[in-house]
Design a protein around this ligand. Sequence first.
Ligand code: FES
Length: 64
Amino acid sequence: MYICLCHAVTESDIHHAVAQGACTLRDLRSDLKVATQCGRCATCARTCLNQALAEIAGDQEIAA
Ligand code: FES
């Protein structure tokens, strides 16, 4: 699913960026240009970011 239409960023792109170390919306802005044009995707991008961070945290708990 597309999160940012202006820059064609998908939910998968955000999950990949988080797996590579992104942990804030600022990181996503820098890495993927999310929310740097019209800004309408900011709320959805933040939600997706939080879901990806929660998934990674869950994976790390299972591995520990
Ligand atoms: S939809 Fe993301 S900046 Fe416009």
